[in-house]
Design a protein around this ligand. Structure first.
Ligand code: SF4
Length: 173
């Protein structure tokens, strides 16, 4: 909070990235969002913590059903979430609350690290390539996604689903 205040006092656009884990209390989360807005924060990105294979603490990550329930409960507060400036697209929120299945487009938010471009996304480390072209053309994108690949089973994270939300918003407004 000190850092946020300092950044704001210097005139920077300031946002937080907020990952919610299993057991997060919706009421407490809502109050936290209220507090962030009261500080003049410019935006909040929210993502459900997903038990990606390298995560050290598997038991506190959310599966898809618990994710949807939690987001429904959070968004029943704060005037349906209107009190809070989220940087997530509204479609992401819809998918987190809804029962219909949107699937990931992991190529929409590729990850570059000191090792190179990570295949296929930052959650799954299935190798690195040197160039963006190799990543795009050499990854078997069709084999990834919920229902297609065991390791993707509980994923609803923004790195895969924001791209889907943006595409769907244009294709099916
Ligand atoms: S569903 Fe997509 S974003 Fe999620 S782990 Fe699988 S490839 Fe990555």
């Amino acid at each position: 909070m000190t850092a946020i205040k300092l950044a704001k006092s210097k005139g920077f656009r300031t946002q937080i990235n907020c990952t919610l884990f299993d057991g997060a209390d919706p009421e407490r989360t809502a109050r936290f969002f209220d507090e962030m807005m009261a500080m003049g924060l410019d935006g909040i990105t929210v993502s459900p913590g997903y038990a990606y294979e390298r995560a050290p603490d598997q038991q506190h990550f959310l599966n898809r059903e618990r994710t949807k329930k939690m987001f429904r409960e959070i968004l029943s507060r704060g005037r349906g979430g209107k009190n809070w400036d989220f940087t997530n697209s509204p479609c992401s929120w819809t998918s987190w609350r809804a029962t219909r299945l949107m699937n990931a487009r992991p190529w929409s938010m590729p990850l570059y690290t000191v090792f190179g471009w990570q295949k296929p996304c930052y959650l799954l480390g299935e190798g690195y390539v040197k160039t963006f072209k190799e990543l795009m053309e050499g990854t078997e994108w069709e084999k990834y996604g919920v229902g297609k690949y065991e390791k993707c089973a509980n994923c609803m994270v923004h790195c895969g689903f924001e791209g889907t939300a943006a595409t769907d918003a244009i294709r099916h407004p």
